[in-house]
Design a binder for this molecule. Sequence first.
Ligand code: ADP
Length: 171
Amino acid sequence: MDIEMVRGDITRQAVDAVVNAANKSLLGGGGVDGAIHRAGGPRILAECKVIRAERYPDGLPTGQAVATTSGELPAKWVIHTVGPVYAKSQDRSHLLASCHTDSLRVADELAAQSVAFPAISTGIYGYPLKEAAPVALRAVRAAPTNVARVLFVLFDEASLRAFESALREEQ
Ligand code: ADP
């Protein structure tokens, strides 16, 4: 698997699937979630509502992923996953890892070859970048998947630096 990192806006990526750092409700939010729904249009929310009603009446559990089509986005699919809220007193890294593993499992079901991830949980959910980046990277690296290309799309310089440094430390 090829792992790349770029600074940019995930809504602009022409990959097979982009991952959304959603919340349990699947009904939209701020950060990446807001950007994806704004850029992709109402079709994504309509599909999320059906998924809620049919499969997850209590919301999507943390660490799990589901897919919708992508409306107006250049990507073909949106994979929605719910990252953990950071807690100093409790290690939730297995949930953050699971977001990546389960997103790649869903990507395999869609036969997606290329997948873009944002820095899940590092915005509103408060995960420190330095802790999140190696967890994300290791989970992607270890996932049993046919996805050939994973692109981490980092919104600002600090996020890009944290992910690049996690990549260097891996080697
Ligand atoms: P969470 O609730 O999981 O913390 P957020 O969406 O608040 O998710 O933030 C996750 C990361 O995504 C943050 O680093 C934020 O800066 C970044 N981000 C926000 N908008 C975009 C975007 N359009 N493309 C890529 N990353 C984004």
